[in-house]
Ligand binder design. Structure first.
Ligand code: LMR
Length: 328
């Protein structure tokens, strides 16, 4: 008799447990490395709001900014382990998964963000979203940040001003080659370490967008920022094949639509955010924004563009040509 009661109690507990499991919303973790007040930070929060509004009680999005949960060194590995379901690394950080995306790091490739957008939406650009499929990484869309600027503790007007200096770069061989081309040393470091490296003078400079330079206070530890617009810093929002396939089709559709809308929102605010943050840096008077004359800028182009040829085989000439064509 006690045994039968025990069996009943166990069965009841089991039923209750599975009921409460069913009743719990499914958590989608979205981890990123930047501040909340940036295009990516705002896009992630928009995605959370849209999903929770459209699938209330069923799905819950937890956003972890500022490398709180995972940083540059482990977010993609964590994605493949399903420890996080969405990440949006910069296009420079996928090198271990595909060489094709190195395209976006080629210095002076795109003349402005409109050209970047045009290429990303083109057939060649959309094809790159699938470039990591075999590795289990699913590209869901491109997200803008903006053009990168150089910073250091003295004005960088000509390539020779960078010579002998140490610059932090994202983990990208193209970016390392870009600095080698001006006789500078590139140090690959995670985003979370950049402020301290600059502050302690372990490195001399870095390259980033206005919104990252502002929100992470790099401008407080760099005396000069050169408005070089020499390269693009954009993202790919990615998930794992494991997670994406695990979603019921109808839910996946709603989640993808929410993501597309959140990306459109992020892309819409990215330009303004960078303009505003540039102005805030100028107003702070902590760092001097240096503009280049056309001749000075051309000297950087001449020094850095030869890097393209080194990566042409890995990226594919057809892809590079398609990107160049987007400038028209
Ligand atoms: C960087 O590492 O500098 C950027 O990729 C950070 C980011 O995500 O914008």
């Amino acid at each position: 008799r006690p045994l039968r009661t025990l069996a009943k109690v166990t069965a009841l507990a089991g039923a209750l447990a599975s009921f409460s499991v069913l009743a719990e919303p499914v958590e989608i973790k979205f981890s990123h490395v930047v501040a909340e007040n940036t295009p990516k930070g705002q896009m992630a929060l928009k995605f959370k709001a849209l999903v929770e509004e459209r699938l209330p009680g069923e799905y819950q999005v937890s956003v972890f900014p500022n490398s709180q949960l995972f940083g540059d060194n482990n977010e993609l590995a964590a994605l493949l382990l399903n420890d996080v379901q969405l990440v949006a690394p910069s296009l420079s950080k996928f090198e271990r998964y595909t060489k094709k995306l190195q395209l976006f790091d080629l210095p002076f490739l795109f003349k402005d963000m409109a050209a970047v957008d045009k290429f990303q939406q083109s057939e060649a650009g959309q094809k790159l979203l699938n470039s990591m499929k075999r590795k289990g990484v699913v590209g869901l869309g491109y997200l803008h940040n903006g053009m990168k600027q150089f910073s250091a503790n003295e004005p960088l007007l000509l390539p020779k001003d960078a010579s002998g200096k140490k610059f932090r770069v994202m983990a990208s061989d193209v970016l390392a080659a870009q600095f080698a081309a001006v006789d500078a040393t590139a140090v690959k470091k995670p985003f979370s370490e950049v402020f301290t490296l600059l502050q302690t003078r372990a490195i001399d400079g870095q390259e980033n967008t206005w919104s990252n330079i502002y929100s992470k206070k790099f401008f407080e530890v760099q005396s000069h920022i050169t408005e070089s617009n020499h390269g693009v810093l954009d993202y790919m929002v990615v998930t794992s094949n494991t997670f994406w396939k695990s979603l019921p089709g109808d839910k996946r559709k709603i989640i993808k639509e929410a993501l597309d809308e959140a990306i459109a929102y992020g892309n819409k605010i990215a330009g303004d955010k960078n303009d505003q943050d540039r102005q805030l840096i100028i107003d702070s008077k902590r760092s001097l924004v240096v503009e280049l004359t056309p001749e000075q800028r051309q000297a950087w182009v001449d020094a850095m563009k030869p890097v393209w040829a080194k990566f042409e085989d890995q990226i594919g000439k057809d892809v590079i040509d398609a990107a160049v064509a987007a400038n028209q």
